[in-house]
Write a protein that binds this ligand. Structure first.
Ligand SMILES: [Zn+2]
Length: 262
């Protein structure tokens, strides 16, 4: 059983039409938040996704509000002591900062590295979500024996399971974590916003739209109730879940307790 936290490290202004294939008839502001997640108990802390670096974010006009890894100290987590990091996929905003974990193993679905190093990266439309230095970094970590490639669902540790789904990237996976609230489904980019999943309108960064739609069903199949699913980029997450302390308001929220508002 784990405590489970979302740590918000960046945000950006965007519009509704940016987030739904086919646009949105009622276009208006719809900002995007960026998170890393931490599952923690007396034995260990597992970090799920590691955010973008100031450099790779800067190239894309994204600004860090705080370094996601330095900010782990807010949760009493020392990245030097972390043994297991789960990478939901290799897009730049999920996979930078691996250099800040000196001893961790990195869990990744193997199709993702093949895709990120394969022939499709010559197409800017597909490559733009990846940072070449991140991709090379993961390749190097593998040479050091520090990448665990999975080909399918797996129990990483007791109470923590990874489940691959296609659609948004070739080797995307979501993560389920046992908490006192039940099994929480960290969707990551399987659904960027609650609304993508609820209305079956996939996000605009898409590899296979059919698989993105099916992945919404897979999320639901792994959650005993829809409110146990946590989207990957939705500012509503910080609104719905409480901060662990007043000082962390707007920075960290607890996902192992019931949402405080709808
Ligand atoms: Zn992504």
């Amino acid at each position: 059983m784990y405590e489970l936290y979302a740590l918000r490290y960046a945000t950006r202004q965007a519009n509704r039409s940016d987030h739904f294939i086919g646009g949105d008839p009622h276009d208006g502001p719809m900002p995007m938040d960026y998170f890393v997640w931490v599952a923690k108990n007396a034995d260990r802390a597992v970090v799920i996704d590691i955010g973008f670096t100031a450099e790779s974010g800067g190239k894309r006009g994204r600004r860090l509000e705080r370094c996601p890894i330095d900010s782990l100290a807010l949760l009493d987590v020392d990245p030097a002591m972390v043994d297991d990091v789960i990478l939901t996929h290799m897009h730049y905003d999920h996979v930078g900062n691996f250099h800040k974990f000196p001893k961790a193993r990195f869990h990744l679905q193997e199709p993702e590295i093949h895709y990120a190093t394969g022939r499709h990266m010559k197409y800017k439309q597909l490559a733009k979500s990846f940072e070449p230095d991140d991709v090379c970094g993961i390749v190097r970590l593998n040479f050091d024996g520090r990448v665990v490639y999975h080909n399918g669902p797996a129990d990483i540790l007791p109470g923590i399971r990874i489940v691959p789904t296609g659609g948004h990237s070739a080797g995307l996976q979501f993560v389920t974590v046992e908490t006192r609230r039940g099994k929480v489904v960290l969707a990551s980019d399987v659904t960027h916003y609650y609304e993508n999943m609820e209305t079956y309108r996939p996000f605009t960064t898409a590899l296979h739209i059919d698989k993105m739609l099916e992945a919404f069903d897979t999320l639901r199949a792994h959650a005993s109730a829809p409110e146990l699913i946590v989207p990957g980029h939705d500012p509503l997450v910080m609104k719905r879940y409480p901060a662990p302390s007043p000082a962390l308001e707007g920075i960290v929220c607890r996902l192992d307790v019931a949402p405080t508002s709808g």
